[in-house]
Design a protein around this ligand. Sequence first.
Ligand SMILES: [Zn+2]
Ligand SMILES: [Zn+2]
Length: 344
Amino acid sequence: MKAYRMTKWQAPPEFCDIDIPEPGPGEVLVKVGGAGVCHSDLHVMEYPEGALPYPLPFTLGHENAGWVEKVGAGVRDVTAGEPVAVYAVWGCGRCAACLVGADNYCEKAPLFSGGGLGFNGGMASHMIVPSARFLVPLNGLDPREAAPLTDAGLTTYHAVKRSLSVLTPGSTAVVIGVGGLGQMAVQILKALSPARIIAVDVSTEKLAAAKTLGADEVVVSDDRATASIQELTHGRGAELVLDVVGSDATLQLALSVSRRLGHLTLVGIAGGQASFNYLSVPTELSLASTFYGSIPELTEVLTLAQAGKIKTQSELYPLDQAALVYKRLHEGKIQGRAVITPNG
Ligand SMILES: [Zn+2]
Ligand SMILES: [Zn+2]
């Protein structure tokens, strides 16, 4: 099969011909229906050797859904043909975090690893999933639509859910960056909370999309953004600020519109910095970074999608266009989520 793979650090991925793998004991072979094209892969392509704790090569694609093709010895929980979403972070299954389904914070697995990140992912016709524990039934969702829910959906769902206690009626949530993840964040905020939602982006097209998805206000990310948001919140700032970008500029903006006792949650991995000292941030502001969500949270995200409360804004592309799609993503030209469909 053709696979789109990271073969060298700080170099573009390559199309390679590799064998369709056989599932070993406990493993499941999944026929890939959709593999989302995530902005974080662009950072992975830029990282120097040693920045991530795993060797090359591996096949990209960490937002996957498809159908069970074949199961290895001892697998009884799933059957061939079943449509499934693939939970992306493959923990040990035995530590305290994994035992509650929070494999994203596994105490034993290497940081930031899973299918498409260190292990072979979904940018190929098939991928091996190491345990049926990582497969969640789609219950009627199309795998091509469901794929982005496993990262763009799950990551933002977790980031919103942990802050629901501050999103009371009359509160404000600011989402900085409304590309693939941010558009999911807006919909999830709308589905789960009464907060007024302010979407921020440099792209007026993405802001227009955010508005149709439930943003109450949109603000262009320029040097007036802080003033505009402060005006919209009557100088109080926002109870929750989700920084889906994570650059120096967006973190600075996030801090400048956060409020006392609020939450500032960093989801984007652009690697920016901001200063944190007693006077530079509002009192009792909680700062957190998050990484994905848990397996139970993935089932909740899929349930929201099954109920029609959130929808992925997907553009579908064949596998042989993967390089072009990443280029378009890098140029900011993908409006929602690009999804590679290796099996058509
Ligand atoms: Zn991602
Ligand atoms: Zn674990």
